[in-house]
Ligand binder design. Structure first.
Ligand SMILES: Cc1cc2nc3c(=O)[nH]c(=O)nc-3n(C[C@H](O)[C@H](O)[C@H](O)COP(=O)(O)OP(=O)(O)OC[C@H]3O[C@@H](n4cnc5c(N)ncnc54)[C@H](O)[C@@H]3O)c2cc1C
Length: 375
């Protein structure tokens, strides 16, 4: 039975960032990252809007608010330092009708409370000068919002973590974890489907959509502690490339109460393509196909602020699945990032419900987890 100091489960952007920050904090420790797929980022981390969020929407003092504001700055610095493509495109949160201006005022206040100090309110005519092809009654400009090449980010994190000594166990699926006297026993299947066992002192659960299952293996009562994940799908449709030059910033309608996402919005990728999404609906299985019949829903949602849009401009693009904690309830749920010592699981760290803005927060989450580890 192989012995290691720290095992991290999951090579999405979170597991990779945790691996890098942990090896930097604890260079003398042995660290293994286990991932069931052949490489990093095969699930949620490569199926998202790739937006670096400013940190406006989340309740003050929440992990989402704090880690987003901190993570955004860390991420821009990281991209600059290691040549990871990103662009501060800026984002407009728009009022589609006069009644939504009050919502924008609340969001300005919320953003300021969270430390997002660069938001600017723009009157209708000012927005028109910036983005003549969108329809709005007024907007908040968030200059620090941007987009990032998430694959290049993960590839850089993977490279640096390896260079610093993290062992990458791709094609290793964790099948069981168990508390033992001196830490944890981890059972896995290797690339040839052979059973292997590791023991470790620290077990970091960054298993994304499957993180609740790993928590349950440790004996954590999912329903009692609110750890159960309900997958919530989000589809994207791309807009005809001929219309790419009509908008240069990200455009979001205000989030409406009770929405499980931020609402269908417009993003612009680093290569200049426009796309709409994601919508939001709960699913029972991890099926990433996009239903072409949903084009009408996207068209109806977006044509109110993109008057140039025609139904025929939309093509199904891709889908991602959010690891939602709240199920179909509407209340805000924060990230769960917790050392489970109080539950008798010293050395086990849970990362559960890491939905948006998880990509933006990867480095601040990595730092937070690395700081929890003592050995
Ligand atoms: C539609 C959508 C849009 C989003 N947009 C944004 C955005 O614009 N900006 C932003 O900041 N965030 C966004 N997010 C959130 C962001 O994508 C996630 O927070 C982030 O990718 C989560 O990363 P992760 O590493 O926790 O999960 P994942 O990327 O899912 O990684 C978890 C990994 O664990 C592995 N794993 C699971 N179980 C096992 C096991 N038993 N053995 C071995 N390996 C295992 C999986 O294979 C997977 O690779 C969005 C999310 C969605 C769904």
């Amino acid at each position: 039975m192989e012995k290691t100091d720290i095992v991290i489960i999951g090579a999405g952007v979170i597991g990779l960032a945790v691996a890098l920050q942990t090896v930097e904090n604890h260079p003398q420790k042995t660290i293994i990252l286990l991932e069931q797929h052949e490489t990093f980022g095969q699930e949620t981390s490569s199926r998202n809007s790739e937006v670096i969020h400013a940190g406006i929407y989340y309740p003050r003092g929440s992990l989402k608010a704090r880690l987003c504001v901190e993570g955004k700055n860390l991420l821009y610095d990281f991209c600059r330092r290691w040549d990871v493509p990103c662009q501060k495109t800026g984002k407009l949160i728009i009022a589609r009708e006069l009644s939504e201006i009050a919502v924008l005022e609340d969001l300005m206040e919320q953003g300021a409370k969270n430390g997002v100090d660069d938001l600017v309110y723009l009157e209708k005519a000012q927005v028109r000068r910036l983005e003549p092809h969108i329809y709005t009654e007024g907007a908040i400009l968030s200059p620090s919002t941007g987009v990032i090449h998430s694959h290049r980010l993960m590839s850089q994190l993977d490279f640096q973590a390896r260079q610093s000594g993290v062992l990458m166990g791709y094609r290793h699926r964790v099948t069981a974890v168990e508390r033992i006297r001196a830490g944890y026993r981890v059972d896995l299947l290797d690339p040839e489907n052979r059973r292997e066992t590791l023991t470790c002192q620290w077990l970091i659960n960054a298993a994304g959509l499957h993180a609740d299952r790993i928590a349950a293996m440790l004996g954590i009562d999912l329903d009692r502690y609110g750890y159960r994940i309900t997958p919530c799908k989000g589809e994207y449709f791309s807009i005809d490339y001929a219309k790419s030059n009509l908008v240069s910033r990200l455009v979001y309608p205000p989030p409406l109460q009770g929405l499980t996402g931020l609402g269908i919005h417009l993003t612009r990728s680093l290569d200049g393509r426009l796309r709409l999404g994601p919508n939001s609906f709960f699913v029972d299985e991890l099926d990433y196909r996009v239903d072409p019949d949903h084009a009408g829903e996207f068209y109806e949602a977006a044509r109110t602020f993109l008057p140039f849009l025609e139904l025929t401009d939309l093509q199904p693009e891709m889908a991602g699945i959010r690891p939602k904690l709240q199920g179909s309830e509407k209340a805000f749920r924060d990230f769960i990032i917790q050392h489970e010592k109080a539950r008798g699981l010293e050395g086990a760290v849970s990362l559960v419900g890491i939905e948006s803005p998880g990509l933006t927060c990867c480095l601040s989450i990595g730092r937070m987890v690395a700081d929890l580890i003592y050995c």
